[in-house]
Ligand binder design. Structure first.
Ligand SMILES: [Zn+2]
Length: 241
């Protein structure tokens, strides 16, 4: 087997790591975006509920108004009927009793008319409220749509960038020994996009586990790939002096 120049291989891996880090970061961002759209959708749906509450109130008031108008019609019929009966009454006593009954029915009628007026005022008031709410929701909807589009555009942008980086990745991985590349890619997958870790201040910068002088010497020898005992990342020295 041809002996690989490990120092050179590590340099190539470092280059590849920069590209892979970019790809992983973009994909992680992309993964969260559909949830963001969904959350905004739910938020908007929630806002729409206030309008349906007002619409219900409006409908209910109109129904109340109709009921009262029916009652008023019945009352008017009753008064007419009683007034018609007045002429056929024979005694004064019966006459004044009938007048009293008509008076009571007229008072009822007047009360119904007052109630209808109050309901009509409420109908107007709620109608205005409804119009305002519709206007507010229309604004909310355009804000929501703009936000949604912004996120969708970002998803497309990420897809383009990832495609570019994938092409770059192909270039960067050229010349890397197949076995080393396979090891690197295995770690990359297990360690969410970071397969390499520099050693600094006697610790692995991937997991901050202590690294012995012996391990550092092994790295400097470039005889075999040295990995962190704790996180399994491929270790290298940023500054060998
Ligand atoms: Zn480590």
């Amino acid at each position: 087997m041809e002996k690989v120049n490990l120092k050179e291989q590590i340099l190539k891996l470092k280059e590849l790591q920069v590209v892979d880090k970019g790809i992983y970061a973009l994909l992680a961002e992309k993964e969260k975006l559909p949830e963001e759209i969904k959350a905004k959708e739910l938020e908007f749906e929630e806002k729409k509920k206030s309008l349906s509450v007002i619409e219900e109130k409006h409908k209910d008031l109109l129904k109340q108004k109709k009921d009262k108008e029916l009652q008023l019609g019945t009352k008017e019929e009753e008064i007419k009927k009683l007034q018609g009966q007045l002429y056929s009454i024979k005694t004064n006593k019966e006459y004044s009793a009938m007048l009293q009954q008509i008076g009571g029915a007229k008072a009822d009628k007047s009360a119904l008319e007052d109630q209808i007026l109050v309901i009509m005022e409420d109908v107007d008031h709620v109608g205005e409220e409804q119009a305002k709410e519709k206007e507010r929701l229309a604004k909310e909807e355009s804000v929501f749509k703009a936000e949604k589009k912004k996120i969708e555009d970002r998803i497309k942008e990420i897809e383009q960038k990832v495609a570019q980086l994938e092409a770059q990745r192909k270039n960067s991985s050229q010349g890397i020994d197949a076995k080393i590349l396979a090891q690197y890619e295995r770690i990359l997958k297990n360690r969410q996009g970071m397969a390499l870790a520099p050693v600094a201040s006697l610790s692995c910068q991937g997991c901050f586990m202590n690294v012995t002088h012996q391990v550092i010497n092994e790295i400097k020898m470039y005889d075999h790939i040295v990995t962190c005992e704790m996180c399994q990342r491929i270790l290298y020295l940023e500054d060998e002096s």
